[in-house]
Design a protein around this ligand. Structure first.
Ligand code: PLP
Length: 450
């Protein structure tokens, strides 16, 4: 490992010069950032030499585990051959081409085309422009509105944050942009009242139909959602939800954009959450697990139909300098090879996902936990003061979750909270022993919160 300045010096420089995303800077300056200097498998080491179990795969992205030397070698070799070349103006290069062909092979249905970006946010910005442009090319320029869901996270750029449904984000920077509507999330535990999960799932899906009627079917371009809402709290929809949504999209000629930034590349036990939930997207957003976070790369997977219509209409006046960046594309391709050759995805589906599911469920015995849910290797605990009523805490939403997150961190487990839901999504390489250790640390954090 390379040498670095002392923790005190690192923290002082960090506080003086570095503005962090989604961070209360004043609070951080008081306690100082925990500075991470090394990763290996599911483990991270901080600048004081303490090892932490990374229950979040970084930010839901390090699917193959931290610091695989193979990827470092691929990146170095690609930098020596061709560190940068663009994909604009009638040019291309082998890594972008090979990755596009591989993605077309893996993606569900007829999503045989990729438009590259460097992140999920950019890819969702691409999607906004693409679906509106597509309908204009089809002679329906009034089809503009995109419907999304409350509390959804689709990114932080102006467009993608507008697509998202997070009130705190809309409160800053005059968002959302026009032409975005929203329906509820299929969050049965907190919002289902006396309904069965199945009835609630249907009711929430029918909000889409109501919104289409309210806006006017001729004005609605697309519906966007994650198969399982991730940053919104790992909201796993009731079984009745997706079939109903799919039928409504088909009946009203809406494009279905499935945001797979978290659920893609094995997280739910298949290559894509669309396969787990039997969805037929017209467009699929990808990022994070595409390169396991080793390089910034994302994209929009696009159906033959859309690619054909847009392709026949001249320039799509859109693109990023780093669309299909050669080093990022080469690393992503090598990452997909590791996922494939090491059978990591069937392992999630058949072995380690069910193992996590069984052990995680045991946490329902804890007095703070109302429900423990998993889908592949994404998992949530709903914290409650009253299990029978599925009640929320009287204190501000999220305070108990925040305490539990901090207790986990103090016990060297990276576990996240979304309101009063505790979230994990460990690397797909996690072993049974590491799952047991994760559960022990989560349980200790719950005990110390209670
Ligand atoms: N979409 C979803 C579902 C996400 O979870 C995220 C990030 O967490 C994004 C989009 C934005 O991706 P990025 O942070 O790469 O811009």
């Amino acid at each position: 490992m390379r040498a670095h300045p002392s923790t005190t010096d690192l923290q002082a420089q960090d506080a003086a010069h570095h503005m962090h995303p989604f961070t209360d800077e004043a609070a951080l300056a008081q306690k100082g950032a925990r500075v991470i200097v090394k990763g290996e498998g599911v483990w991270l080491t901080d600048s004081d030499g303490r090892r932490m179990l990374d229950g979040m795969s970084g930010l839901w992205c390090v699917n193959i585990g931290h610091c695989r030397a193979e990827l470092a070698e691929v990146a170095a070799a690609q930098m020596r051959d061709l560190a940068f070349s663009n994909t604009f103006f009638q040019t291309s290069h082998p890594p972008a081409i090979a990755l596009a062909a591989k993605l077309a092979e893996l993606a569900p249905g007829n999503l045989n085309h990729v438009f590259y970006s460097s992140s999920g946010s950019e890819a969702n910005d691409t999607n906004i422009r693409l679906v509106r442009h597509y309908w204009a090319c089809r002679g329906k320029p009034q089809k503009q509105v995109i419907i999304s869901r409350k509390n959804a996270y689709h990114g932080s750029t102006v467009g993608s944050a507008s697509l998202g449904g997070m009130a705190a984000m809309h409160a800053q920077g005059a968002l959302p942009i026009p032409g975005i509507a929203r329906i509820g999330q299929p969050h049965w535990y907190r919002e289902g009242g006396n309904m069965t999960p199945e009835d609630f799932g249907k009711a929430r899906a029918r909000e889409l139909e109501e919104a289409i009627h309210r806006i006017g079917p001729d004005s609605v371009a697309a519906f966007i959602a994650e198969p399982v809402q991730g940053a919104g709290g790992v909201i796993i929809p009731p079984d009745s939800y997706w079939p109903e949504i799919t039928a409504i999209c088909e009946a009203h000629d809406l494009l279905l954009i499935v945001d797979e930034v978290i659920t893609g590349f094995g997280r739910t036990g298949n290559w894509f959450g669309s396969q787990t939930f039997d969805l037929k997207p017209d467009i699929m957003t990808i990022a994070k697990g595409l390169s396991s976070g080793y390089m910034p790369i994302g994209g929009s997977m696009i159906s033959d139909e859309i690619a054909d219509v847009v392709g026949q209409a001249g320039d799509f006046a859109h693109g990023y300098t780093y669309s299909g960046h050669p080093v990022a594309a080469a690393v992503a391709l090598a990452n997909l090879e590791i996922l494939e050759t090491e059978n990591l995805i069937p392992r999630v589906r058949n072995h380690i996902g069910p193992y996590l599911g069984r052990t995680w469920e045991g946490l329902e015995d804890h007095p703070l936990v109302g429900r423990a849910e998993t889908c592949g290797l994404m998992a949530a605990l709903a914290l409650t003061p009253d299990k029978a009523r599925r009640a929320a805490f009287a204190a501000d939403e999220g305070v108990v979750g925040e305490i539990c997150r901090d207790r986990a961190f103090a016990n060297d487990l990276v576990m996240r909270h979304v309101g009063d839901r505790m979230i994990i999504a460990p690397p797909l390489t996690i072993t049974e022993e590491e799952v047991d250790e994760l559960i022990r640390r989560a349980c200790k954090a719950l005990d110390e919160t209670h």
